[in-house]
Ligand binder design. Structure first.
Ligand code: SAH
Length: 457
């Protein structure tokens, strides 16, 4: 088969990159045959080596750049670029924002078959580094020593590291301190292959507005060896710590957290503010990782909801009630639904904390709970969805089409599923008025966007 292809494995060829894939690889074409090369940028000319040929596309490795893109910048840290999730560190921030805007436009046209949607330029950060308020790192062992850091891509080998380019310094410091304490006290790292050992992951979450830190140790075993000494040392080394949690995950799985958590020390939650709203966040709850941009994102969702105080709003996938409580301040009533019970406990606590009395929360699948509300006669004027990367369940989209809220605000962390879902809503009588991408994840290929849809009259 490969005889008919324009390139062969191990060929060295000169190419010009035309495009970028959604995961940041450069695309070059030889007689129409696409070749994906990590690190290549549109407009650049380069010599590449073909390392793999498939029927429909090839993979190449960058050998030498002959003409550089003006968007190319020096890489600040090689290991973060390779393993640490900062895949587009070689693109200037201006270039990254352009890349994300194009990505949204392209999927809306290609997957969503939407023409002429008003896509705004991406709202970016002033300082697009050290923004993440959370990290969870795998723990392993090398030469008898406990290590933690990044997984090498497509492998389970851990690269030991103490700092990243995109985490808040407090998060890096917390992970490092816990790792050192565990080393000193001889805590055994979990071994995936043998399913033996104790400590699987260390997680740290820092509330930037209040300065409160949570540390979570995730173990295979129900017991955490040297527990008291561990706590004592962590508290003395991390003055900002307010909560030390033990999570138990005894399964053979890639999922990081188990269902069981115990408070080892301090509070079950830490508190943070988004704007004026205060939030309690527990270990198992989802909380946006970029606190500065979260405010930008939620303000946009609020703007798109166009509330005047008379509306009933439903917030599907509400997490700890962040968007719900933001909107409750401007709406008559908000209903939030979320699948994680702990998150709904947090959401209820958060409503109380802010003396918000017009928000109600339910545990369950959005696609099951929202139709029930509808059957009970509850009607939404505005419906907000903020689903995980796989997008909305189709049943939920059909319920929306049946319920006919005047407005839908779609917050998405995956442009491809956003485009797919917008197509279904458009076919069901909605019009996508505008889309605002917000850069929640600088240096990475991840892309967040809010879309405003109105019911066709
Ligand atoms: N809006 C929140 C949470 C968004 S993340 C915020 O901005 O903080 C998506 C949330 O959807 C997660 O909390 C996840 O637990 C929840 N979820 C996933 N599948 C769900 C489903 N089928 N029904 C309801 N919630 C779901």
């Amino acid at each position: 088969m490969s005889k008919t292809l324009p390139v062969q494995k191990n060929d060295y060829i000169d190419v010009e990159f035309e495009d970028l894939t959604h995961d940041g690889a450069g695309v070059a074409k030889v007689d129409g045959y696409p070749i994906f090369v990590q690190g290549g940028l549109p407009g650049e000319k380069a010599n590449i080596k073909i390392i793999k040929v498939n029927k429909g596309y090839g993979i190449g490795r960058l050998i030498q750049i002959k003409e550089q893109s003006h968007f190319r910048v020096e890489i600040a840290k090689e290991d973060s670029h390779k393993y640490g999730g900062c895949q587009i560190q070689h693109i200037s921030y201006e270039g990254q924002l352009k890349f994300k805007e194009n990505q949204v436009r392209q999927v809306l046209t290609r997957i969503g078959k939407l023409e002429d949607v008003n896509v705004h330029p991406v709202l970016g950060m002033e300082h697009p580094w050290q923004y993440r308020n959370k990290a969870q790192v795998p723990v392993g062992e090398k030469d008898g020593k406990l290590i933690s850091g990044f997984f090498k891509p497509r492998s389970h080998e851990i690269v030991d590291t103490n700092e990243s380019l995109i985490q808040l310094a407090e998060v890096d410091e917390a992970i490092q301190a816990v790792k050192e304490v565990c080393r000193e006290l001889g805590v055994k790292a979990y071994n995936e292959e043998t399913h033996k050992g104790d400590l699987r992951h260390i997680m740290a979450r820092y509330a930037k507005q209040t300065g409160e830190l949570m540390v979570v140790m995730i173990t295979r075993t129900a017991d955490l060896p040297s527990k008291n000494k561990l706590v004592e040392e962590i508290v003395s080394r991390l003055p900002k710590v307010k909560s030390i949690i033990h999570n138990i995950n005894s399964k053979r799985t890639n999922v990081i957290m188990g269902d069981k958590t115990k408070v080892l020390w301090g509070s079950e939650v830490i508190y943070d503010y988004i704007g004026d709203v205060k939030f309690a966040i527990s270990a198992l709850s989802f909380y946006q990782v970029n606190p500065d941009q979260t405010k930008v994102l939620y303000d946009k969702a609020l703007e798109y909801a166009e509330l005047n105080g008379d509306e009933t709003v439903m917030d599907a996938y509400c997490g700890i009630g962040t968007i719900s409580l933001f909107l409750a301040q401007k709406a008559k009533k908000v209903y939030g639904v979320e699948i994680v019970p702990e998150a709904i406990e947090d959401a209820k606590r958060n409503a109380e904390l802010n003396a918000i009395t017009n928000a109600e929360f339910a545990v369950g699948k959005a696609e099951e709970v929202i139709p029930k509300w509808y059957d009970q006669g509850i009607r939404a004027d505005v419906l907000v969805v903020d689903p995980p990367r796989k997008g909305c369940d189709e049943a939920l989209l059909h319920t929306i089409i049946e319920m006919k809220p005047n407005k839908v605000v779609y917050v998405s962390c995956n442009p491809a599923t956003l485009a797919r879902d917008l197509r279904i809503l458009e076919d069901g009588g909605y019009k996508t008025v505008e889309v605002q991408p917000v850069d929640m994840f600088p240096q990475t290929t991840h892309c967040e966007a809010v879309a405003k849809l109105v019911l066709n009259s």
